[in-house]
Write a protein that binds this ligand. Sequence first.
Ligand SMILES: Nc1ncnc2c1ncn2[C@@H]1O[C@H](COP(=O)(O)OP(=O)(O)O)[C@@H](O)[C@H]1O
Ligand SMILES: [Mg+2]
Length: 342
Amino acid sequence: MTTPTQILVIGGGQSAEHEVSLESAASVEAALRRRGYAVESITIGRDGRWQRGDAERDDTAPGGRVVDTLAAALPAIARADVVFPAVHGALGEDGTLAALCALAHTPIVGSGVRAGAIGMDKWATKLVAEAVGIRTAPGRLVHARALAAVAFDGDAVVKPVGGGSSHGVALVRDAIGLDAALRAAALHDDRILLEQPVVGREIDVAVLREADGSRWAAPPLEIHADGLFDTATKYDGSARFSVPAVVSETERAAVTEAALRMFDALDCAGVARVDFFLTDDGPVLNEINTMPGMTAASQVPRMFAAAGVPYDELLARLVDAAAVPVRDRRCAPATPTPGGAG
Ligand SMILES: Nc1ncnc2c1ncn2[C@@H]1O[C@H](COP(=O)(O)OP(=O)(O)O)[C@@H](O)[C@H]1O
Ligand SMILES: [Mg+2]
């Protein structure tokens, strides 16, 4: 009998998506256990303290310094064959957990540092998308320290550059609304994006990188939101999805092609959810999520279920893909330059 693969699932985190992440982590952990993996779990509290197990940290307990709790968690990262960082948002999905695991030489499920960091930055995502020929909403970047200088110049969607779960996102139609929206967005990030509102259907595409390195997209999903797909609608059970989305073959091909191009441009791994507005003139990229919601009822698992890959199987494929040893570049010997000092 072979020893089961040891997985460490990390959930929680310090962003506004802490709660959602706990749900993703709990679902992932249960599914991996069903598949026979040996699973350990760690919860990062809202305050940044690391705690073994999936229980919410008791905030009343006298805690040590954050760094001490992190140090205590490192052996779990070291003994894991694979880490599943189910932490959405800042200080998780943005590449920070990928960086920690890379330094520890422990493979992770999902994207590495670079794809996580760029994907979490809605401004950088826009620049990359435009560079590879994918349209995005025209927008401008403002800094929280210069909000007083921002004038209203038409309807805009205001959002924190590094946000998630629609926290701090608002549609503004006048100067008073703009002021309030900027202040709300500034609670989440120092950099704020003002975007032209896009009129289109919200269509999301999930892409999976398999263990053999190939990647493919599941059938797109449509979100039926009345206006902004806001935080309340996302999590109060009232969100309506169509999986697969009812789109023409041309539209399906266009969003799928754009999703794969974006996945490749960032060199994502694991799963990513690439979100579009489908307009009369074709797809406009909204954002890319490199650690999307991962409960069985979340969008990505539903899209793969529609493609014939059930939830538990999806998670097993993610673990298999993570466990493939990446080409080891760390110790590559320098190629000698003929006749030169190189
Ligand atoms: N430029 C835009 N035009 C129209 N609606 C938008 C625009 N940007 C965002 N939205 C709406 O706001 C929601 C949340 O914005 P998004 O950029 O996806 O932030 P988050 O990372 O918090 O999900 C989107 O799902 C969409 O409904
Ligand atoms: Mg979104």
